[in-house]
Design a protein around this ligand. Structure first.
Ligand SMILES: O=c1nc2n(C[C@H](O)[C@H](O)[C@H](O)CO)c3cc(O)ccc3cc-2c(=O)[nH]1
Ligand SMILES: C[C@H]1O[C@@H](n2cnc3c(N)ncnc32)[C@H](O)[C@@H]1O
Ligand code: SF4
Length: 331
């Protein structure tokens, strides 16, 4: 009998900009254009270097969607010497690779051409489907239109990009909507084979947002949603929950087999009030299962060679590093 395996990744969270063209009813991350709305290169590089020294393997670039569409953003970006935010992202992705971290980008909506460009410097990419339903939380968020999100996930499939997606639970969708969301993801994976993990993320209310008084999904509801995900999705797709947002120890018993990215250095900028558990805590969460570190690109995609030649040496090096017995940095 094989012991069950629960995986996680050690990452650095880099919120490159808080400016966003959308206005999701649950979000406290987004800010107006203002001083400090872009993380300056020096701070990014320092975070990358410290994170690598602490044993991280992944640079998670997550930020507001299409910030350049927001009036006034370009002026602030221009002061850093860039005309296009994606050029800034590209250079910092190279900086991450130089410092031995594999980029994983969730930039919100990107076009086919943009995905094609960023696959060169990303080991994997992500976009939360959130939900296939039309919810009030998304009425001021054109980028959360399910048609637009599904199209991007499909484009990532056409480009053979190892991909992370997921749903946000408790934003006004029904159980049937969750089922439909998982079915859409299953069908995309059946066609392109690129979905490595599906995040089941629970809504956490934020003071000062339109949804501050919205009810939160309970552990039993999350457990039922995870079981539903496990029933609908094939076994080669991991089901991930963020271990800082929910009762992970309990949910592992409902079918969760991945705990996502946790950071020894950076906070969860999307849910800043929820600190990351450290490795000892993750071991407790895994219970009888084996807790195993992974890279942001899952092993089956490394085997299939779904990465750019530029990333080959680093993927090799980091694969050996996480296979080595604990010790050295970050253990
Ligand atoms: O692709 C995504 N990855 C997200 N991740 C990344 C994910 O946990 C891992 O980095 C992936 O499993 C890649 O290995 C997050 C990581 C955090 O630390 C905090 C929040 C998120 C949210 C997302 C997300 O929305 N989309
Ligand atoms: C990065 C991801 O974080 C999620 N996200 C954004 N705001 C919240 C919140 N209040 N609670 C939980 N998850 C949230 C969305 O699913 C987004 O895609
Ligand atoms: S959740 Fe993402 S897309 Fe929505 S407002 Fe916040 S930063 Fe923008």
């Amino acid at each position: 009998m094989h012991r069950r395996v629960i995986t996680f990744s050690r990452n650095a969270f880099l919120p490159l900009t808080t400016v966003c063209q959308n206005r999701c009813g649950y979000c406290c991350f987004r800010t107006p254009v203002r001083e400090g709305c872009i993380m300056p290169p020096g701070e990014v590089i320092r975070t990358l270097e410290s994170s690598a020294a602490l044993g991280c393997t992944e640079a998670l670039f997550t930020f507001g969607e299409r910030p350049g569409a927001v009036p006034g953003f370009s002026e602030i970006l221009g002061r850093l010497g860039y005309a296009d935010f994606l050029d800034y992202l590209y250079d910092l992705s190279l900086a991450a690779i130089d410092r031995d971290l594999l980029p994983h980008t969730n930039a919100g909506i990107l076009s086919y051409e943009e995905l094609d460009r960023f696959r060169e410097v990303n080991a994997s990419m992500g976009l939360m489907l959130e939900t296939t339903a039309d919810v009030i939380a998304h009425r001021d968020s054109p980028g959360k239109d399910p048609v637009v999100r599904i199209e991007m996930i499909e484009n990532a499939g056409k480009l053979s990009i190892p991909f992370t997606t997921g749903i946000l639970v408790g934003i006004g969708e029904t159980i049937e909507d969750r089922e439909e969301s998982f079915e859409v993801i299953r069908n995309l994976h059946a066609r392109y084979g690129h979905i490595q993990e599906v995040i089941v993320q629970n809504f956490c209310p934020k003071p000062g947002t339109p949804m501050e008084d919205f009810p939160v999904p309970g552990t039993e509801e999350l457990c039922a949603t995870i079981s539903l995900a496990r029933e609908i999705l094939p076994s080669d797709v991991a089901v991930q929950i963020p271990p800082n947002l929910a009762d992970a120890a309990h949910l592992v018993g409902c079918g969760v087999n991945d705990l996502g990215g946790v950071s020894p250095l950076t906070i969860d900028y999307v849910n800043p009030e929820h600190p990351w558990p450290q490795i000892e805590e993750l071991k407790r969460v895994a219970g009888d299962a084996e807790l195993r570190e992974r890279l942001c690109i899952y092993p089956q995609y490394i085997e299939k060679g779904w990465y750019s030649p530029l990333l080959e040496p680093l993927i090799q090096q980091l694969t050996e590093k996480i296979a080595a017995p604990a010790g050295g940095s970050g253990a």
